[in-house]
Design a protein around this ligand. Structure first.
Ligand code: GDP
Length: 471
């Protein structure tokens, strides 16, 4: 009775009174049958829908547009190693903090929030674009905007290109932070020029990417960068319903000797409260305590808030979805059924596209596309291959080269392929041991060639379903 009153946002006495008039006197803590719930709701001119367990489990998170409220943007910083990711996040954390206080800032969790012009921005620390893409592969949407950091004295480097391709594959807008402009050799214009080659074009040159010149070390241009993030966020019109049961994604989780299972989660819908029954992946439990990025205890977390939660019975995985349940037993059941399902899925692992199954896979799909990642020993080979691919008849299957670079096939390539259902073509290069293991694990196809025409021949044959199996 009390729960229904809470859900319908009416005084419990109203419900008790109506129950009495219906000839079924009940108290606050007693259970109501489905029929009674419908009768009472009808009396109160309210629509209710009683869901079965299955319906509830597959409950699509539908929100009435009128319940949607603006929420802060969630930002990830990516870029080449040493270009200043850590320094930038550090500079951002010190924004809006008085000098004396600055030394006392300790970051408790792998995320932070800043306030600028009275508005909040959430930053997620991902150690690299691998994590970003691995999470996306698991269906986790935890980034609205990517800040691509490029050092002005170094320019576009291999991981810059990887970051661009990962952000593009995820369809997330990119803001470029040209860093280290305080250095003597800094050339921000050159960075802009180099990036045009990868489709990242400054607004001032007619493109759609915001560029900000900054020095993370000297704290120059940081406010302007943050204001640009807010501008981009306005364009995206980010919204969520805060007045519902919370759900979101696990950013990281670990077992802490003193505190038990500790999970950092990002709320993307609803409000999470201490005491809520939660399922995250295959673990469940009650939220015993919550900490904000400053390490302070909080009672609730709203959309786009990152918080550390204590109280899960086991350790979930990064990228797992979490959800609040009204009923503890339901939470436990779902976690257990998921654990079972995960074991079954592990046994019949979903296979990705391969050149051999391409034709059969494409037959029952609307859009026929083949995503490729090309790694080669020299840039010339990539160009020659892309050139031949462009000349190929693409009326039946569109061929997208989502990433290409010189160098061995790495684990990162496999993670990107896994997330994008792509095939990796190696040209005069081989997979690293870790990449080979990852490909095996994720069912990603890697094909290596030493002559271009052979690669073209295979792709062409696969396109029309005529590829002969390899011996
Ligand atoms: P990350 O690998 O991308 O996280 O890069 P770091 O933030 O660790 O920075 C790499 C190096 O560049 C460090 O020695 C920083 O002090 C230096 N650095 C970062 N930002 C700037 C900057 O704006 N100007 C200068 N001069 N050095 C910077």
């Amino acid at each position: 009775v009390a729960e229904l009153a809470d859900l319908l946002k009416v005084p419990a006495n109203d419900i008790i009174k109506r129950l009495f008039l219906l000839g079924t006197p009940l108290t606050m803590t007693q259970s109501m049958s489905d029929d009674l719930i419908e009768l009472v709701a009808d009396d109160l001119h309210r629509d209710v829908k009683i869901m079965t367990k299955e319906e509830e489990n597959s409950f699509s998170f539908y929100d009435d547009p009128k319940d949607l409220k603006p929420r802060p943007p969630v930002v990830t910083v990516m870029g080449h190693v040493d270009h200043g990711k850590t320094s930038l996040l550090d500079a951002i954390r010190h924004t809006g903090v008085a000098e004396g206080e600055a030394g006392g800032i300790t970051q408790a969790i792998g995320a932070s929030q800043v306030k600028i012009n009275g508005r909040v921005i959430t930053f997620i620390d991902t150690p690299g674009h691998e994590t970003f893409t691995a999470m996306r592969a698991r269906g986790a949407k935890v980034t609205d905007i990517v800040i691509l950091i490029v050092a002005a004295d170094d320019g576009v480097m291999p991981q810059t290109i990887e970051s661009i391709n990962h952000a593009k594959a995820a369809n997330v807008p990119i803001i470029v932070a040209v860093n280290k402009i305080d250095k003597p050799g800094a050339d921000p214009t050159r960075v802009r020029q180099e990036l045009t080659e990868y489709g990242i074009i400054p607004e001032e040159w007619g493109g759609e990417n915001i560029f900000c010149d900054i020095s993370a070390k000297k704290h120059l241009g940081i406010d302007n960068l943050l204001e640009s993030v807010l501008l981009e966020a306005d364009v995206l019109e980010l919204k969520a319903n805060p007045d519902t049961f919370a759900s979101g994604f696990v950013l990281e989780a670990k077992l802490d000797r003193g505190r038990g299972s500790v999970a950092t989660v990002l709320v993307n819908r609803g409000t999470l409260h201490v005491g809520d029954a939660v399922v995250a992946g295959t673990s469940y439990g009650h939220v015993r305590a919550m900490l904000n990025p400053k390490g302070q205890n909080v009672k609730e977390a709203r959309p786009s808030d990152p918080v550390e939660i204590l109280g899960l019975a086991s350790v979930p995985m990064a990228g797992d979805e979490f959800r609040v349940f009204t009923d503890d037993r339901d939470a436990r059941e779902l976690a257990e059924s998921r654990a079972l399902k995960a074991r079954i899925e592990e046994q019949n692992k979903v296979k990705h596209v391969t050149l051999e199954n391409l034709f059969a896979t494409m037959e029952d799909q609307e859009v026929k596309e083949l995503n490729l990642i090309i790694k080669a020993d020299v840039q010339g080979s990539i160009e020659a291959l892309v050139d031949s691919l462009n000349k190929m008849d693409q009326s039946e299957v569109r061929i997208n080269v989502i990433h290409s670079a010189v160098g061995a096939i790495t684990e990162t390539d496999v993670i990107l392929a896994d997330a994008s259902n792509a095939i990796i073509i190696g040209f005069g290069v081989r997979p690293e041991a870790k990449a080979r293991a990852a490909a095996e694990r994720d069912g990603v196809e890697i094909r290596t060639y030493s002559v271009i025409y052979k690669a073209i021949e295979d792709i062409d044959a696969a396109r029309i379903g005529m590829l002969k199996p390899t011996e």
